[in-house]
Design a protein around this ligand. Structure first.
Ligand SMILES: Nc1ncnc2c1ncn2[C@@H]1O[C@H](COP(=O)(O)OP(=O)(O)OP(=O)(O)O)[C@@H](O)[C@H]1O
Length: 289
């Protein structure tokens, strides 16, 4: 067995705060190791990540937070295999993410929910959901349609919504269709970019409940980027803070919220943060035991 494999089995988690301990008996599903990301050339070259390390374990809902431009979206794109790091590796189940995603079964390894939904405007709801399975071309259309209908109902939509066009959907429905499409190939890993952006408070709460139900039902691993503290506390089992070009702290949401660091104080400890934390402090723990 290589050195790499033995170090995966005993991961070091940089910046762990509070009571968080990495599970000793599990290998990370997603791992970023010694990651450097640089853009530009010559004098305008700049680094977004420098020696960033992150382990994400099966079943977690890990939320990435950080100031604007700290490289959260870039990291999601690297996990998706859409962007190659300047140095270091990003792996899914021990294999480079680019290799995993470039295979024709990419959608069965990782699903992505983009901030605006990113539905195909020329396709109706069912055809949007069915897209990845239909593209494979291995199953009769009827089977593909039935499978897409199952996913439609899994996200709380009704069969009568199947023929609607994206332009006729509410913001909440677009998110649900996009989620169904991301789950079409039953990937074990789901990436969420600002899943509740653009929803009103009720719509946002309902979408969080749906995500929690689906996470529980399917045993998914979720990596999420959000600026919304209510969403963060409702969903996260762990939070990773990107600052100073790396993952500076990880831990349970309320432990991270108490760390003394300028970004964390600004992000968690303003009025917005105190409101969002109130249910957690009142005994409703967001962290899984
Ligand atoms: N393809 C690219 N070429 C050049 N620079 C890029 C590229 N992609 C991202 N960047 C830069 O990398 C930095 C990090 O961008 P990123 O979108 O990951 O930030 P973020 O943490 O998601 O920010 P926000 O919270 O504002 O969305 C930014 O300075 C951005 O301009």
């Amino acid at each position: 067995m290589s050195d790499m494999t033995s170090s995966i089995q005993k991961p070091s988690v940089d910046g762990a705060v509070g009571g968080y301990r990495p599970p000793e008996d599990q290998q990370p599903l997603v791992q970023a190791r010694d990651l450097w990301t640089e853009f530009g050339s010559g004098e305008s070259r700049f680094a977004v990540h420098q020696d960033l390390n992150l382990n994400v374990y099966p079943g977690e809902i890990l939320t990435l937070v950080g100031g604007s431009g700290t490289g959260k979206t870039v990291l999601l794109r690297q996990i998706l295999g859409l962007l190659t790091p300047s140095r270091g590796t990003v792996t899914i189940d021990g294999r480079p993410s680019r290799e995993v995603i470039s295979g024709e079964l990419a959608a069965s390894h990782v699903g992505m929910l983009f901030q605006q939904g990113a539905l195909y405007s020329a396709f109706n709801v069912l055809d949007n959901i069915a897209f990845a399975l239909r593209e494979r071309g291995t199953l009769p259309d009827e089977v593909v349609r039935d499978a897409a209908l199952v996913k439609l109902q899994m996200v709380g939509l009704k069969p009568e919504h199947a023929a609607r066009m994206p332009s006729d959907l509410s913001g909440g429905m677009i998110k649900r269709v996009a989620l169904a499409r991301a789950l079409m190939m039953d990937p074990p890993l789901l990436l969420l970019d600002e899943p509740t952006a653009g929803l009103d408070p009720n719509g946002s709460d309902e979408f969080c409940e749906l995500l929690l139900d689906i996470h529980r039902e399917l045993g998914l691993t979720v990596i999420m980027v959000t600026h919304d503290l209510d969403t963060l506390f409702a969903l996260s089992t762990r939070v990773a803070v990107l600052a100073e070009k790396k993952v500076l702290f990880t831990g349970a949401p309320r432990d991270v919220a108490e760390v003394e660091h300028p970004f964390i104080e600004h992000f968690f400890q303003g009025d917005r943060g105190r409101r969002a934390m109130a249910p957690v402090q009142g005994g409703v723990a967001a962290e899984e035991s």
